[in-house]
Design a protein around this ligand. Structure first.
Ligand SMILES: Nc1nc2c(ncn2[C@@H]2O[C@H](COP(=O)(O)OP(=O)(O)OP(=O)(O)O)[C@@H](O)[C@H]2O)c(=O)[nH]1
Ligand SMILES: [Mg+2]
Length: 275
């Protein structure tokens, strides 16, 4: 079982993604069954109902110094994902231990980390029992590339210092990919989202991370309304940075499992079971 941490700047959708996993719809036609193992995983599943279905606005994950004094105070999510396959195939399972990082740590990387607690968090994300990181980005507009490139460069420097550049897997994903401008790019995210909109960030990653340890993904925890109706399943409240599901009963998250499969197993999930 490998530990996987979800990192990325503030507002990238990390907590929502974890809540989505915890609250995975138990539909008969879903190819996955996700079971929360730890207390925290069960707690967030209960919360996810309000987060995902009723649009309760999600607070940014912060280190407030009172509740979270050390890395070990961060909630620990452990999930078991069963992949339903055809009857003649061996059943497959992914066991995950995940932590939800506050984005502020990632943001701070550009300026250099001065807060010792932040440093502890970064160190923990690079210890040997972490097999991989899911890095979520959500901005693709001009200007974001420079910021992401700087952050990623610093993060890879830290990997280097801790001797992890050769064995830590990085799944780099564009989140909220149901957005019309990037939705068509989801089929080949490296080329049509990352190289196109974040060329500098992509080239640093490709240059410094071994080919086999780096994959690009597009994820949408919200998803679109239907396979044949690619309107985002999202209702934006005017003037609010928060988005909520437009039609909760049609919740079809996109691309959430494949990066986890790759991060934990080091091979891609078969095309037939792609979600
Ligand atoms: N459109 C859309 N919005 C999303 C999606 N996932 C999350 N969001 C919204 O993005 C905002 C930020 O999400 P969070 O999950 O709090 O982001 P975070 O990465 O945990 O942020 P920090 O805790 O500050 O680091 C919320 O308003 C979410 O509703 C998605 O798939 N699509
Ligand atoms: Mg958060």
């Amino acid at each position: 079982m490998g530990n996987i941490y979800v990192i990325g700047p503030t507002g990238a959708g990390k907590t929502t993604y974890l809540a989505g996993l915890a609250y995975w719809p138990d539909r008969t036609n879903s190819k996955f069954r996700i079971t929360g193992i730890t207390e925290d995983a069960k707690k967030i599943a209960a919360k996810a109902e309000t987060i995902i279905l009723n649009g309760a606005s999600l607070e940014p994950t912060i280190i407030d110094g009172v509740k979270i004094k050390s890395f070990y105070d961060l909630p620990l999510y452990s999930f078991e994902i069963d992949i339903k396959r055809q009857w003649w195939q061996m059943p497959e399972k992914i066991n995950l231990v995940m932590r939800d990082y506050p984005g502020e740590i990632f943001n701070e990387l550009t300026a250099g980390v001065s807060n010792p607690l932040h440093q502890e968090f970064l160190d923990e994300s690079l210890i040997k029992d972490v097999v991989g990181c899911l890095i979520l980005f959500h901005k693709w507009e001009a200007g974001s590339d420079l910021f992401y490139a700087r952050v990623i460069e610093r993060f890879i420097n830290l990997m280097d210092e801790r001797d992890r550049t050769q064995d830590l897997r990085l799944a780099v994903a564009m989140s909220k990919c149901e957005r019309g401008e990037i939705w068509p790019g989801r089929l080949d995210p490296e080329l049509d989202i990352f190289k196109l909109h974040l060329p500098r960030t992509t080239s640093i990653l490709r240059r410094r991370i071994p080919y086999k340890n780096l994959q690009f993904y597009a994820i949408s925890t919200f998803g679109v309304l239907h396979r044949n109706d690619p309107r985002p399943n999202r209702a934006d409240e005017l003037g609010s940075p928060h988005s909520v599901l437009r039609e909760p009963l049609k919740w079809r998250p996109y691309g959430m499992i494949s990066p986890l499969y790759w991060l934990s197993k080091g091979k891609k999930m078969g095309l037939t079971i792609n979600n």
